[in-house]
Design a protein around this ligand. Structure first.
Ligand code: PLP
Length: 285
């Protein structure tokens, strides 16, 4: 069935939605995006995603295409029109269409704004949450501003393909001997009762789920340490897990063929997933 999508102020059937071949998102990856999950027809942490969108755009000299509240209304209308119970909303803002030139076009060039939904029934009951993920490590070959959520996703796509070829589910990226993050998620280990995840900086995306999970962990009196760690430390940890808007908290049970802990999902990851889903559903809008 055809979805209704949003393109530059219009709600259209997906077949009729178009953007210019001169769009800078297409030619230069000159664009940023957000993915917000939907559970029970409601948005999870929309305010966090809107705030990060504003920051990503600002870092690239762009501005919000509309007020956050208007953006929320677009999300709600797409959820309603497409009957989304559980799923994702993808949003992309590009610098717009202009004759091809490396220099940015003149101020006032209309941005391109696109949103679409993906229905994912049972999003919060994924088999990965029960089974855990196998990850491999790969070098982090991305650009240096990973804190900006740009649409330059070729290397993360390649990383997922490398993982698949190795019989794994995903890849953790390594730079200067330390894990930066997963291809599309933040990475964590648990040693003793301490949750360890890389500190914020330009080397990683500032995950909206990361921020919420760390806040909830601290509220639950769990110990949290923000520092980088190696693959060897992760392999020797008691538990490992990832977070993202679409996977929430998901355990990692194997890293480069070595079992983490006893090779089954850990208790702390399971508890954090429970707390995160409960709290997120309660505050969904
Ligand atoms: N790190 C990377 C590289 C990502 O692509 C993502 C999500 O797409 C994340 C982390 C997790 O961010 P969030 O929790 O905001 O989805």
């Amino acid at each position: 069935m055809s979805r209704t999508v949003y393109v530059n102020g219009e709600y259209l059937p997906e077949e009729r939605a178009t953007v210019s071949i001169f769009d800078r998102g297409f030619l230069f990856a000159d664009a940023v995006y957000e993915v917000t999950s939907v559970l029970g027809g409601k948005l999870i942490d929309f305010d966090g995603h809107a705030a990060r969108l504003d920051r990503s755009l600002g870092e690239l000299g762009m501005s919000m295409p509309m007020e956050a509240e208007a953006l929320r209304d677009v999300h709600h209308r797409l959820v309603a029109e497409n009957g989304i119970e559980d799923g994702l909303i993808y949003l992309q803002v590009t610098r717009g269409a202009a004759d091809r030139d490396f220099a940015f076009p003149e101020a006032g060039t209309a941005q391109t704004v696109v949103l679409f939904t993906q229905s994912k029934p049972g999003l919060a009951d994924s088999p990965a949450a029960k089974m855990g993920l196998k990850v491999i490590s790969i070098p982090d070959a991305r650009w240096g501003r990973r804190d900006i959520k740009t649409v330059q996703l070729l290397y993360p796509s390649m990383g997922k393909m490398m993982a698949k070829a190795a019989g794994a589910d995903d890849a953790w990226m390594v730079e200067d001997g330390h894990v930066t993050e997963g291809t599309s998620n933040n990475a964590y280990i648990v040693t003793g009762r301490k949750i360890v995840t890389r500190q914020l900086g330009q080397e990683i995306l500032h995950g909206i789920t990361r921020a919420a999970v760390l806040r909830m962990a601290r509220e639950a009196q769990m110990e949290v340490e923000e520092r980088s760690f190696t693959i060897e430390e992760a392999q020797a940890a008691d538990e490992a897990f990832i977070t993202s808007a679409s996977s929430f908290v998901t355990p990692v049970v194997e890293i480069d063929g070595a079992k983490v802990g006893d090779g089954t999902p850990g208790k702390i990851a399971a508890r954090l997933r429970e707390i995160y889903l409960e709290e997120s559903k309660r505050t969904a809008s």
